[in-house]
Design a protein. Structure first.
Length: 148
């Protein structure tokens, strides 16, 4: 079966832990369901892709563009102290890149956010508020298609 015949499927752990916000030209944009941190994830819609080098050169360039543009929009829109951007894949092997807005006042600062605190899910109202904010930030700067 060649690459064109294999359909993109989001990893079940990412699906459980996140809220689908929309699509960029290459990547799906997710919000991790933890209101302690504005924590977003880009997942390239490419089947069976586990590492950046698994992407074609064109997709790598697109992924970097989307990641940098997302980071800039989030940093400005959420007044970040620092953006943490990482692709680890130790638990979820599907290629995904975390974009975490950090503040020097957040509960994990200056340590990494992983494994330090229990997740605190968003309320429906908080999710809607984040959707509105992200849509406004990204529609102007990126080819972003929000979930309707």
């Amino acid at each position: 079966m060649d690459e064109l015949e294999i359909e993109f499927v989001l990893d079940t752990q990412l699906e459980r832990d996140s809220i689908f916000l929309g699509e960029l030209p290459l990547c799906r944009l997710l919000l991790i369901n933890d209101k302690q941190f504005p924590w977003f994830v880009l997942v390239p819609r490419r089947a069976e892709t586990y590492e950046l080098y698994h992407l074609s050169l064109q997709d790598r360039v697109q992924m970097m563009d989307e990641s940098c543009d997302l980071s800039a929009a989030l940093a400005d829109g959420f007044n970040a102290t620092k953006m943490n951007v990482a692709a680890l894949g130790n638990v979820v092997k599907q290629l995904h890149v975390h974009h975490i807005v950090r503040y020097d006042t957040d509960v994990a600062w200056p340590a990494p956010v992983w494994g330090k605190q229990s997740l605190q899910p968003y309320t429906e109202g908080e999710i809607e508020s984040i959707r509105v904010k992200v849509n406004a930030l990204l529609e102007a700067k990126l080819s972003f298609t929000p979930v309707v």
